[in-house]
Design a protein around this ligand. Structure first.
Ligand code: MIC
Ligand code: SF4
Length: 622
């Protein structure tokens, strides 16, 4: 018998079509999720299809990113999202209910399901044995309309976990270690599947931390088996009926293999400015810390707060440190309130933040100039914290809490962290969760602008290189987030003024003055978030093509969806060189007119994708 990985068991059960020539497959999507910062565009796109209600088993719309309501704009977006959800059959999770991935795991993620979310950390939900994938808003809108989702057939990376973690070492250390080994591009078009004896020792919240940061490998998803730990978690959430046992076949073959001996791991950190810049915490121990933030979709579970409170109990934080704590959901906040953990945090000197993304997306808590900020988050990209000169380290909650007390980076290795019980009641309050009545009128505030219309790009055009970039350019470089820019997520004309503004504030004007042009970069262009604004806004400025030696998965799809030609080519081009591009379904010729050099490359688009570029993007095909 053909022995199967868990990944392919779930994917094949959802396969709608297969394209072996282009190594692609289309899968049926059971559930979708959106969040407010990507959701307004996704729902504008969905509304443009003219469909009466969502066609998925379940779709949920979360408000968790733009909760700093500095002006009417974010509040208007929330109202729009709530009315669309009610009208079209979508469950709505109001601001305050928690971070989408934490709440989705608690309430909705089910073993064996496919979940598509307009947020790159959607794979957090794979912790229960689902295949959850991050995508651009338009792909999620299509899934809500009942269309299948197309992916490159993923290679499956088998990560064997053996033995168990030592005291003071956590799930965060497992995934940071793996990112250090595989790098931020090591997972592109791959699914990371965990197996081995060590898996049994990890609870679902710990698995969720690992699946969450699989996004930082560039992976399509990550997956854990559905086993006794999954059942225990679902029971705590009063969802035991959702349990099905799922695992790979014994002896299945993986495309790539890694083994991690959990008993030899020690606390590690992702150092500035990339998740794959990994060092042992013991090597960083004299670094003075200014800010510590505990929360985000990576580490904001009740499980995490038990560890944090065990360290902070009876202590106060160092006078030079600001400690901010954001519990991941209303459920977590209720639990830590009931059993005294919140009191410990307050006594220690913590600032309690809203259950939302907050500082992770630059919504407040920007560090001081040159400050060292320790965060339990998943991304430390340049400028993301809101302070370009800040040095952001990504660490486990244990490292974060101990360092907040000591005032310098400290290793909790060997500390027993069980001052509070894990065996507690999980309250099932859903006061901020609304089920659809199909009755609302959609309300659209004045900052919500219609979707821009894009004409097809010509098959032969001359233009200039608008910017020439290095490896691993993130969507935070392309389309910064933060409190100033995020309110314009529903207004493409306005947000386009901020494209590349953190690294080149003349970019938008240069594009408009030149009637657009092309972007040139090196490998892994567009890593990070799913924000389709990183494609739509450059397109709005007239960008017709991006030439890069390789692309991140979600961003490449977003470029195609909005009619920008992704060209896989390694060229050196000086800023503002003149370029000529001609393309057809088979090949692309890039001519650097200034240097009189011609480069031929294979058009890697499938026939379908080529059609989208020819039409000026997916929205023009409906
Ligand atoms: C992120 O972590 O970068 C975000 C903000 O959650 C993004 C989505 C967005 O830009 O709205 C993501 O991860 O996809
Ligand atoms: Fe929110 Fe940060 Fe998670 Fe993105 S990574 S969903 S901004 S908490």
């Amino acid at each position: 018998m053909n022995k199967k990985t868990l990944t392919y068991k779930i994917l094949e059960a959802h396969m709608v079509s297969e394209d072996n020539v282009n190594n692609k497959m289309e899968i049926k999507i059971d559930q979708t999720l959106t969040q407010d910062a990507t959701g307004t565009m996704a729902y504008l796109e969905f509304l443009s299809f003219g469909i009466d209600k969502v066609k998925t088993e379940l779709s949920v719309s979360y408000v968790d990113h733009n909760t700093l309501q500095n002006g009417f704009m974010n509040a208007d977006d929330h109202k729009f999202l709530q009315t669309v959800a009610d009208r079209y059959g979508i469950v709505f999770s109001k601001a305050g209910n928690g971070i989408c991935h934490q709440v989705n795991l608690e309430k909705f993620a089910k073993p064996g399901k496919t979940i598509l979310g307009s947020d790159s950390h959607t794979p957090t939900s794979s912790a229960v044995g689902a295949i959850a994938i991050g995508a651009g808003g338009l792909d999620v809108a299509c899934a809500m309309a009942g269309l299948p989702f197309s992916i490159v057939k993923p290679k499956v990376v088998g990560v064997k976990l053996v033995n168990k973690l030592r005291d003071g070492v956590s799930a965060k250390d497992i995934i940071i270690k793996l990112i250090g080994i595989m790098t931020v591009k090591g997972g592109v078009n791959k699914i990371i599947e965990y197996y081995g004896d060590g898996v049994k020792t990890l609870t679902v919240p710990e698995r969720a931390t690992i699946c969450n940061m699989g996004a930082e490998l560039g992976a399509t998803s990550s997956v854990f088996p559905s086993d006794e730990q999954t059942l225990a978690f679902l029971k705590l959430q009063a969802r035991q009926d959702d349990y099905v046992e799922l695992h790979s076949d014994e002896g299945c073959v993986y495309d790539e293999n890694y083994e991690i001996d959990l008993s030899t791991l020690e606390p590690v950190a992702s150092c500035p400015n990339s998740p794959d810049n990994v060092k042992n915490v013991s090597e960083l121990k004299n670094i003075k810390v200014d800010q510590v933030l505990i929360g985000s979709c990576t580490n904001s579970s009740y499980f995490d707060f038990v560890k944090v409170a065990s360290i902070l109990k009876g202590k106060t934080i160092h006078k030079d440190v600001s400690l901010g704590i954001a519990p991941g959901s209303q459920q977590v906040l209720q639990m830590i309130t009931k059993n005294g953990i919140l009191d410990v945090l307050l006594q220690a000197g913590a600032r309690i933040l809203e259950s939302a993304c907050g500082p992770c997306i630059g919504m407040g808590q920007s560090p001081a100039t040159d400050a060292v900020s320790l965060r339990t988050f998943n991304r430390n990209f340049y400028g993301r914290s809101g302070t370009n000169s800040a040095k952001v380290y990504l660490v486990s909650p244990e490292v974060a809490a101990l360092s907040a007390v000591n005032g310098y980076i400290s290793s909790p290795l060997g500390m027993k962290l069980n001052a509070f019980s894990l065996d507690v009641c999980y309250p099932q309050c859903s006061s901020l969760l609304y089920y659809p009545t199909f009755k609302s009128e959609v309300v659209m505030g004045p900052n919500i602008k219609p979707l821009p219309k894009f004409a097809p790009i010509e098959k032969n055009f001359k233009c200039k290189v608008m910017i020439s970039l290095d490896d691993n350019i993130t969507t935070d470089h392309i389309m910064p987030a933060g409190a100033k820019v995020l309110p314009y997520r529903s207004n493409i004309e306005k947000i386009s003024e901020f494209v590349f503004s953190n690294i080149d504030d003349g970019f938008a004007k240069r594009c408009l003055d030149n009637k657009g042009g092309v972007i040139v970069a090196k490998s892994n262009y567009g890593q990070g978030s799913s924000r389709e604004h990183a494609a739509i806004a450059p397109r709005y400025l007239g960008i017709k093509a991006v030439i890069a030696s390789s692309f991140a998965r979600i961003h490449k799809k977003n470029l195609i969806n909005f009619g920008i030609l992704p060209i896989e080519l390694n060229i050196e081009a000086a800023l503002l060189d003149d370029i000529e591009i001609s393309f057809n379904e088979k090949e692309i010729i890039v001519k650097n007119i200034t240097l009189n050099k011609e480069y031929k490359c294979i058009n890697t688009l499938t026939a379908e994708e080529y059609k989208l570029i020819e039409c000026g993007g997916l929205l023009n095909t409906f």
